[in-house]
Ligand binder design. Structure first.
Ligand SMILES: Nc1ncnc2c1ncn2[C@@H]1O[C@H](COP(=O)(O)OP(=O)(O)OP(=O)(O)O)[C@@H](O)[C@H]1O
Ligand SMILES: [Mg+2]
Length: 245
């Protein structure tokens, strides 16, 4: 059997998201120097790396909100590198930024209803409330009155309503108490079971180990290594070296 066939068996479908040689940055400064990785459908995939490595910038490039970007980003077979953000979102991508973007003057329900649908089949408010009972209890509270954990749940719930199938979550556990981190982990597991594909940026690899299928290490704007989740324990030293923990 020729090698090319052996390496790319027909049984393995193309990944839902394929990033190749992605370059980009802000103004004159280049941050991404050729980022390449795949996110297979139905998996939870993480980007791990130190502060300033380019994780958030990679997510912004995928969502089309990084003005300067080149290379290739294919989502479900569609090349998106030159599409405007609005069109990229409509393909079924949802982004929860690090800063969560909850409007403090709006209530929980108003925040939930804010983003437009990008695809049919988004979650109803009832299902979002079932997933996050805290939000149901607090549906009339303004954004300012929510805890960090509730804000994170609201930010995720809001994206689930849009019908997005690939979720990009930037440090969802940052600054949250362990019990809330656990709850976020359970939510990610459930979303995976329901068929969502998740790209997760995290500093806390112990957390990602509980939910992820594979991990990519980002360093100075490149992917420098990759591990399947079950390879983490035998590569702890290497990983800690990369992350400086
Ligand atoms: N809006 C911006 N304008 C200019 N430079 C930026 C901007 N945002 C980020 N950078 C720079 O780009 C580089 C990568 O930043 P990025 O936010 O992608 O890192 P990160 O891996 O997400 O880090 P962290 O773990 O701290 O969130 C950093 O050097 C940062 O200073
Ligand atoms: Mg970041």
């Amino acid at each position: 059997m020729p090698d090319a066939v052996a390496m790319n068996p027909a049984s393995e479908p193309a990944a839902l998201l394929q990033v190749k040689e992605l370059r980009g940055g802000y103004g004159e400064g280049r941050v991404l120097h050729g980022v390449s990785f795949d996110v297979p459908a139905g998996e939870v995939v993480t980007l791990l790396g130190r502060n300033g490595a380019g994780k958030t910038t990679t997510m912004k490039a995928i969502m089309g909100i990084l003005a300067r970007r080149s290379g290739s980003i294919r989502f479900d077979g569609v090349e998106t590198i030159e599409l405007p953000a609005r069109k990229i979102a409509r393909l079924g991508l949802g982004y929860v930024p690090e800063e969560r973007g909850i409007f403090s003057s709006l209530t929980v329900l108003e925040n939930l209803m804010l983003p437009p649908q990008v695809k049919p089949g988004g979650m109803s408010v009832e299902v979002v409330y079932e997933l996050f009972p805290n939000l149901k209890e607090r549906w009339r509270s303004p954004g300012t009155k929510l805890s960090g954990g509730e804000q994170q749940m609201l930010a995720v719930g809001r994206i689930l309503r849009t019908g997005a199938k690939l979720l990009l979550l930037d440090e969802p556990t940052e600054g949250l108490a362990p019990v809330i981190v656990q709850q976020i982990g359970k939510t990610i597991e459930r979303l995976k079971k329901e068929g969502f594909t998740i790209l997760l940026v995290e500093q806390n690899f112990r957390f990602t180990q509980t939910v992820a299928d594979r991990h990519y290490i980002v360093q100075e704007g490149r992917i420098v290594d990759t591990f399947m989740n079950d390879e983490i324990d035998s590569n702890l030293n290497k990983l800690q070296g990369y992350l400086g923990v």
